[in-house]
Every structure is written in structure tokens, then in C-alpha cells.
Design a protein around this ligand. Structure first.
Ligand SMILES: Nc1nc2c(ncn2[C@@H]2O[C@H](COP(=O)(O)OP(=O)(O)O)[C@@H](O)[C@H]2O)c(=O)[nH]1
Ligand SMILES: [Mg+2]
Ligand SMILES: [Zn+2]
Length: 365
């Protein structure tokens, strides 16, 4: 497979120089199951595991390889399995809070260029949910596109489109229909060669149907597995990342019925540009738009210039993020104090360094 088709570019290549010299090959993680992976590189796809050393350097789940990551793989001669020795720094990611327990982030996917946030144009349409997805996507450094599917089921599409535009934070809103293919050409145009898009949204909105449209309608949810000729080979590689014939890769995600935001240093402000703009007029620069005097956001609310639902949604997401940040600070403190020594997973030595260096910084291994 051509690496460029997988999203590899000159910047990745320069990040990879040292790994190349160490005999490692770049590959992209296309499937993850606990600590087993499938990766695709120039020489094709193969299963992979991670070194104990990398595992050790990644005490938090979020630091382990995820679907979409570029990794440095050591090919094992005579073996189909590769060994992942390092993860390249992520350019973007979509993360949510690990369910239940307080503090961890779960990386859903990484190195994503575009997130198609899908909702159906039926009674399940929910502007509040769109806002929540938007914050998550923007926070991860990913460009959101709001995809309104099932156009055929909607009697008053204009109204729903306006509702979506009102909460889009400036993101493109695309009405489409997976059933008739209407509008789906736009998705393909946005995607393009070398780009990776993820489809997110609750289950039933039509993510898989839209992906089927993009790849030509022939994809099956569990493709390749039943191919009887593939005995002895792991044939489940393209389970999560799917190449689009006209260029680009798409990732289907299982429906996210309920998720909690992980962090939003930027995401919240970007998703609510109307509120960010109003906030310029607040008396206090750190106004949270709650009970502070002189709050321009609440004035706008009282004057009817800001919709109540929009304001409440903002406050709810904001409160959630304050909670998350508190947990995260605590978690980072704990991780720091439990680390064997300060080191970066991004700058792993290429081997365990028999040829000894100049003794500099060689702590106890
Ligand atoms: N009427 C209509 N039904 C659709 C459309 N897109 C998907 N569906 C149906 O909605 C259901 C859920 O679709 P699916 O792609 O599995 O949703 P996913 O859970 O988001 O992957 C299926 O029964 C699809 O046939 C559409 O544009 N119009
Ligand atoms: Mg699906
Ligand atoms: Zn305010």
C-alpha cells in the first residue's frame, strides 16, 4: 500500500528519520483490541504487538497505540507479526472520558482530518447533542462537518438545517441522504486523497450507510472474515479504517449514545462562538456567565438575544469540563509521581543502547 494514501507525508517522514535509520518501518494502526493491533505499512498489513518497554512507558491507556496512530514497527524476520516500538506524536485525536471511573481519557481515534458528525433528520434530531459532539471534535484539533442524513424523511429540511447551522459554530452543514445518495458526493469531495475522516454519531443515524455509499456500496460490516482462501492469514485488517476508492480513508465508530467530554481547552469556545463573542462584554475577564454581576451573556439571555437552550447547554458542558479538568490535574500528578523516570514516548531510543553513550543522563534502567 502506498503510504501517502494512508496519510503519510513529508512531515511524518522527517519525524521518522531516526526510526528509519534504526531499521523500523512506519505503519498505521487500523485495528486495536486490548494490546493486539493490526497495522498497515508499505509492505502491506500485519498483526502487531507492542514491546514491553513501550508498554512500560505508557502507564495511561491514552498513551498506547490507537486506531489512526502512526507507529514505528520492527519487522520480525520469518514472522508475520510486527513489533511496535514507538508511537509518533498525534496531530489530532478524538477523545472522551472513560466511562464510570473519574479521570482517564479514552482515545477514540487519532490523526483525523475531518469528523463527519452525523445526525438523522427525523424526530431524533437534537441540537444539544450536536453541540456536545462539536466540542469533542474541536477540542481534538479536528475539523467538524455536520452531516444531516435521512433527508428523505424530513418534511421541513430548511428548518432543521437552520437549527443545525445555529449551533454549528461555523462548521459546514451538509444535508444528505444515504438512501438515495443525494449529497454524498460532497462528502467524497471533502475527504480527498491522503485525508482521514471519521464518522461519529449515535447509532442508527446512518454512519455505516454513508460509508457504504462512499466506498461504492459493496462493503459488509465484517468484510474479509469469511474469505476461505485467507486461511493462515489474518484477514480482519480493514475493520476500522476503510480506504475510499476515490482517495482518503474513513473510520466508522460504534455509535456513541452517551459520552462525556474529556477536555475542552479550546473546544467549548470554538463550538460556542456566539457566547465567546458576547463574553467580551462581561465585566470580569474570567466570567463563567453564572451569577457574576455585569455578565453580558446573561444580559443577552434576558433580552432574548441568546436562546435559553443554547445557554443551558453551554453551562452544562462547561460544568462537566470543570469537573474533568479537576480530575485530570489530579491524574497527571499521580502519573508523574509514579513514572520510573521522566521520558517521552515520542523520543524512544531505537535500541536499548549497548553501545554506550557519553554517560549523560543514563539513569538506572
Ligand atoms: N430513510 C432513510 N433511512 C436511512 C438512511 N440512511 C440510513 N438509513 C437507515 O437507518 C438505519 C441505520 O443505518 P446505519 O447505517 O446502520 O446507522 P449507523 O448505526 O449510524 O451505522 C438503517 O436501517 C438504514 O437503512 C437515509 O438516508 N434514509
Ligand atoms: Mg454502523
Ligand atoms: Zn459573563
Amino acid at each position: 500500500m502506498d503510504l501517502a494514501e494512508l496519510g503519510w507525508d513529508a512531515v511524518w517522514e522527517s519525524d521518522f528519520t531516526a526510526h528509519r535509520q534504526g531499521g523500523l518501518e512506519p505503519a498505521r494502526v487500523v485495528h486495536e483490541d486490548k494490546l493486539s493491533y493490526n497495522v498497515v505499512g508499505a509492505s502491506g498489513d500485519r498483526p502487531a504487538i507492542i514491546t514491553g518497554r513501550l508498554r512500560h512507558l505508557c502507564p495511561r491507556d491514552q498513551d498506547l497505540p490507537k486506531v489512526g496512530d502512526w507507529v514505528a514497527v520492527r519487522p520480525v524476520p520469518g514472522e508475520s507479526k510486527g513489533v511496535i516500538e514507538a508511537i509518533l506524536p498525534r496531530r489530532s485525536q478524538i477523545a472522551r472520558k472513560i466511562n464510570g471511573r473519574g479521570t482517564g481519557a479514552q482515545i477514540v481515534v487519532s490523526n483525523i482530518d475531518v469528523a463527519f458528525v452525523v445526525q438523522a433528520m427525523d424526530s431524533t434530531f437534537n441540537a444539544r447533542r450536536l453541540e456536545r459532539f462539536l466540542v469533542m471534535v474541536l477540542e481534538g484539533g479536528v475539523r467538524p462537518v455536520l452531516v444531516l442524513n435521512k433527508l428523505d424523511l424530513c418534511k421541513a429540511p430548511r428548518r432543521m438545517i437552520s437549527e443545525a447551522e445555529a449551533v454549528s459554530g461555523g462548521a459546514l452543514v451538509l444535508p444528505v441522504c444515504a438512501k438515495t445518495a443525494k449529497g454524498t458526493g460532497r462528502l467524497r469531495e471533502i475527504l480527498g486523497p491522503g485525508l482521514t475522516a471519521v464518522f461519529i454519531g449515535t447509532s442508527g443515524v446512518g454512519k455505516s450507510s454513508l460509508i457504504n455509499r462512499l466506498v461504492g456500496g459493496t462493503l459488509q460490516p465484517t468484510l474479509e472474515v469469511r474469505d476461505s482462501d485467507s486461511k493462515g492469514r489474518h484477514a480482519t485488517t480493514w475493520r476500522e479504517i476503510i480506504p475510499v476508492p476515490q482517495g482518503g480513508l474513513v473510520i466508522d465508530t460504534p455509535g456513541m449514545r452517551e459520552f462525556h467530554l474529556w477536555s475542552a481547552d479550546l473546544g467549548l469556545d470554538t463550538a460556542f462562538p456566539d457566547i465567546t463573542e458576547l463574553a467580551v462584554g462581561c465585566r470580569f475577564r474570567d466570567c463563567t456567565h453564572g451569577a457574576e454581576p455585569g455578565c453580558a451573556v446573561r444580559s443577552a439571555l434576558e433580552a432574548g438575544a441568546l436562546a435559553g437552550g443554547r445557554y443551558e447547554s453551554f453551562r452544562k458542558l462547561q460544568a462537566e469540563l470543570v469537573e474533568v479538568d479537576r480530575g485530570r490535574v489530579e491524574q497527571e500528578r499521580r502519573v508523574r509521581s509514579s513514572r520510573p523516570k521522566p521520558s517521552s514516548r515520542h523520543a524512544l531510543p531505537l535500541d536499548d543502547g549497548d553501545g554506550d553513550g557519553d554517560g549523560e543522563g543514563e539513569g538506572q534502567e
